[in-house]
Design a protein around this ligand. Structure first.
Ligand SMILES: Cc1cc2nc3c(=O)[nH]c(=O)nc-3n(C[C@H](O)[C@H](O)[C@H](O)COP(=O)(O)OP(=O)(O)OC[C@H]3O[C@@H](n4cnc5c(N)ncnc54)[C@H](O)[C@@H]3O)c2cc1C
Length: 381
């Protein structure tokens, strides 16, 4: 396949990509099956990634970060996802760190960001509840002020990194009568926290090495110094302002998966024989793969632009929503066709394409469903 180089890559990023790639091959790929069985990666992986400087690459050095930008984050996602390694909830970790960076007080940034960068604290963000997902304003988890503390009661579901998480950004209602202005974000240090309970590791269709959990809060006491930004009622606005970052993260993971799936499928059909010639020599196979090649390239060019804009903090909400809608929708078709070209082997879990197919389905659901993305895009018309 012709080589395409993302315009945002440079020599430093080439070096970074080589060391990330080695790390992924040696520290992740060999353990993926074990992680899938136990439904979470090992905590030690986070510490190792932190030691290597692969976590929070876009957090400034003054808070313990690498002091680079989103392009470095993108490289780490790409090297994992193109190999079908989806266990590490690095996206959620990075987004949580960015919320603290962009909205936290100086004291909060100094308190938490260095530990997130080193991998000592694994981040998670809990919005979704059993009763509501897309409609964030309808959450029921309540934080009531008592003296210097908030007392939290409620539950969350589908929380990525929920099992391993040590630092939880929890979306709560501080004022039940104020609609969107009644939401706030509390930052919980979960170790030994009274009243905090991690529920089941949920069994999923895909992304089986990623820990996705229910979380319960019963009279959990959180000091007021752990209210993100120090002002009540800012939660909704804080969440909205960082959405382009989160949506581009999904876009990067998705494009890497499609590129990995295409390479894997080309290699498979060149090897596999049917009716006296390789599958690749059947016109249908060639045309299908040519379409996927063109669609994937077009998507890559679009995502590359989003990456460049996120890196300089200039990606607008509508374009980010387009990225979050279009890439996962395209991915579903691409992955289905790649699986089809594998025949029965494509349905077998030991084949990469099978895992990628299952792993990719959720991209149309999490971080805002495709329907919600269309709603947001339509508002721009
Ligand atoms: C693997 C996984 C990981 C996740 N990780 C996290 C996490 O880390 N933190 C977190 O907080 N959440 C997480 N989620 C939750 C995820 O963000 C929600 O599932 C998602 O936002 C959808 O919410 P819901 O499941 O309640 O569906 P609902 O909101 O009930 O939606 C159901 C269907 O109705 C549609 N719909 C809803 N409202 C509208 C509307 N106004 N117009 C048109 N259609 C609409 C939706 O598009 C969807 O098709 C995760 C989910 C999964 C599956």
């Amino acid at each position: 396949m012709s080589t395409y180089r993302s315009p945002w890559m440079d020599e430093e990023l080439d070096i970074f990509r080589r060391s990330v790639s080695k790390f992924v091959e040696t520290e992740m790929a060999p353990y993926d099956e074990t992680w899938r069985q136990q439904q979470h990666i090992d905590k030690s992986l986070w510490r190792k990634a932190g030691t290597q400087g692969f976590l929070c690459t876009d957090i400034p050095a003054e808070y313990g970060g690498v002091g680079a930008d989103f392009r470095y984050e993108a490289v780490f996602y790409e090297e994992q996802w193109r190999r079908g390694l989806t266990g590490m909830g690095q996206g959620v970790h990075s987004i949580s760190a960015n919320y603290i960076l962009n909205h936290g007080t100086e004291e909060q940034k100094n308190r938490w960001l260095p530990k997130m960068t080193s991998g000592e604290m694994i981040g998670a963000i809990a919005m979704t509840e059993p009763g509501t997902g897309s409609d964030l304003q309808a959450i029921a988890t309540r934080a009531q002020k008592e003296g210097d503390y908030y007392v939290v009661n409620g539950s969350k579901i589908f929380i990525t990194n929920g099992y391993l998480c040590e630092l939880l950004l929890l979306i709560v209602k501080t004022d039940p009568n104020a609609g969107g202005r009644g939401l706030s974000i509390l930052v919980l240090e979960t170790a030994g926290l009274d009243g905090y309970r991690v529920g089941r590791k949920l069994k999923k269709l895909g992304q089986k090495a990623q820990d996705t959990c229910e979380l319960f809060f019963e009279d959990v006491r959180v000091h007021e110094s752990q209210l993100l930004g120090g002002e009540e009622g800012q939660g909704f606005a804080q969440l909205m302002s960082d959405l382009p970052y989160e949506r581009t993260t999904v876009g990067v993971q998705t494009i890497a998966t499609m590129e990995g799936a295409l390479a894997e499928t080309v290699s498979y059909v060149k090897d596999r024989k049917a009716f006296g010639k390789s599958l690749f020599d059947q016109q249908n196979t060639r045309f299908k793969l040519a379409e996927i090649h063109a669609q994937t390239r077009a998507a890559r060019v679009f995502v590359d632009r989003c990456i460049e804009l996120v890196a300089v903090g200039e990606l607008d909400n509508t374009t980010a929503s387009m990225c979050k809608w279009w890439l996962p929708e395209l991915q579903q078709t691409v992955l289905d066709q790649c699986l089809q070209l594998h025949g029965g082997y494509g349905y077998m879990d030991e084949y990469l394409i099978c895992r990628m197919y299952a792993d990719s389905r959720v991209a149309r659901i999490y971080a805002g469903t495709s329907e919600i993305m269309l709603e947001l895009i339509a508002r721009d018309l």
